[in-house]
Each structure stands twice: as structure tokens, then as C-alpha cells.
Write a protein that binds this ligand. Structure first.
Ligand SMILES: [Zn+2]
Ligand SMILES: [Zn+2]
Length: 251
């Protein structure tokens, strides 16, 4: 039996890594969405009034998505530790320092590009019914809708970062920043009010970025504003309809 031991131990370690990652993604979701749902209570009291059944569905789909996101992430994390897979590095000197901010942007832009095109595809009627109707069942979305995806959509989202770490070198700290931005924007873009100051959101620099005022319009009108972090693809492809009218988030 001895020759089988390393493989069995490896399988067990990979499985453990997956379980830990699923737990981390689920807890990260609950903590972040929970914190912003709580903030919503004091910033916009009554905004989620009557939405409890929808919020329960959002949490259910999101926890299922957390399990799906944790699988590739857990396998890659295990492969990185056990076999040196991926191009994740821990020594800040391994690449020039300027690569850190640049790699952050490269990851966000690559994720945004993947999201834009898969999201647009999922708005084709047939794919919409199969994969994306679940996300749009939130009307209006709440802070709990951040990961409310059908499993098919969750798979398309779950593979992006685990694939990118094999292709583009990234410092572990920058990877943490990418995941933090992903989590923060996923929650705040759905929570029903604008977190960022007007001076940024409605400025020229803000015009390149996606915040709640932009994504809300996607949930209102469906056929526009498909992007994730940047308005680049929406503007280039003529699908950008700008921001929700001022005051949209005050009810
Ligand atoms: Zn959305
Ligand atoms: Zn959509």
C-alpha cells in the first residue's frame, strides 16, 4: 500500500484545501454582504423592506456559488503549495516593483473583459433563461445579491482568477487586493445605494469606473451596462447607457 500513500495524501490535502477555500469564500460573502446590509439599515432605512423572501433566495444562491468558487480556488491553492503550480510569487523583489500596480490592473482588466463578454452572451434569451435569470430575479438587488448566480454562471465566474494565476505573474499580496476589490465591488454594486462620493462617481475619472450607479441601470434595463469594473467595453461596443439618474439611490 505504501506506494499509494503520497497520492492518497495528496488527494486528501487537495480535498481539505477545497473545503477550507469553500468556507473562506462563504464566510467572506456573509461578512461583507452582512456588513453592507447592516450599513444599509442606517444609511437607507427601509430600503430592503418587504424583500425578506428575495434576500433568503439571494443568500441561498450565493452560498451555492461560494461552494463553486471554492473548488478551483482550493485546487489551485493546494497545487501552488504542494507542487509550485501557478505564477504567484511571495518575494516582492522577484519582479520590478512597478509590476505590482500594473499586475493589479491587468488582473482587473482581464476579469472585466471576460465578465463583459460572458455576461453579454448570457443575455441571449436561451442562455438567459438557463444561466442568468437567477441573478436578475433580484428586483431590486440587495447587498446579499453579490454572489446570487445560477451554478452555470457561477462556474464562468469561478474559473477566471484561478486560470489567470497560471498565466500572469502576481504577488500574493496583490492577489489579495484583487480578491478584496472583487468582493467589495460585487457587494456595493448591488446594495441599492451609491457608496462612493458624487465627486468621484460623476467625475471624468469616475466615468471610466463602474459603481452602483452604473450597475443599477443594468438591473433596471437589462440590455446595457454589462461591465464589471470598467466602462471600457460598454463604451467601445455602444452598450453604455451612463449612470442611473441622480437621486436614484434615495427613496
Ligand atoms: Zn448584477
Ligand atoms: Zn445581466
Amino acid at each position: 500500500m505504501a506506494p499509494h500513500l503520497p497520492t492518497e495524501a495528496g488527494t486528501l490535502a487537495a480535498l481539505l484545501s477545497v473545503l477550507v477555500m469553500v468556507a473562506i469564500v462563504a464566510l467572506r460573502y456573509l461578512a461583507t454582504s452582512g456588513a453592507f446590509a447592516l450599513a444599509t439599515r442606517s444609511v437607507r432605512p427601509g430600503l430592503y423592506a418587504g424583500l425578506n423572501p428575495q434576500i433568503r433566495r439571494e443568500i441561498g444562491w450565493s452560498l451555492a456559488s461560494a461552494a463553486i468558487y471554492g473548488i478551483p480556488a482550493g485546487i489551485v491553492a493546494w497545487g501552488w503549495q504542494a507542487h509550485g503550480w501557478t505564477r504567484i510569487y511571495t518575494d516582492p523583489q522577484a519582479f520590478p516593483l512597478w509590476w505590482m500596480p500594473v499586475s493589479l490592473f491587468v488582473y482587473l482588466f482581464a476579469h472585466d473583459s471576460w465578465f463583459y463578454w460572458t455576461h453579454r452572451a448570457m443575455h441571449q434569451p436561451r442562455l438567459f433563461r438557463i444561466a442568468h435569470a437567477v441573478h436578475h430575479a433580484s428586483r431590486p438587488p440587495t447587498a446579499w445579491a453579490a454572489m446570487a448566480f445560477h451554478p452555470v454562471e457561477a462556474v464562468t465566474g469561478a474559473i477566471v482568477i484561478p486560470a489567470l494565476v497560471f498565466l500572469v505573474p502576481i504577488h500574493i499580496g496583490v492577489l489579495g487586493a484583487v480578491l478584496a476589490i472583487m468582493t467589495l465591488m460585487g457587494v456595493t454594486n448591488h446594495m441599492g445605494w451609491e457608496l462612493f462620493p458624487r465627486a468621484l462617481v460623476r467625475s471624468r475619472a469616475g466615468g471610466a469606473l463602474i459603481t452602483a450607479s452604473h450597475h443599477q441601470l443594468h438591473h433596471d434595463r437589462y440590455s446595457c451596462n454589462y461591465g464589471l469594473y470598467f466602462r471600457f467595453w460598454d463604451r467601445l461596443c455602444g452598450t453604455d447607457r451612463g449612470l442611473a439618474a441622480e437621486g436614484w439611490d434615495v427613496r
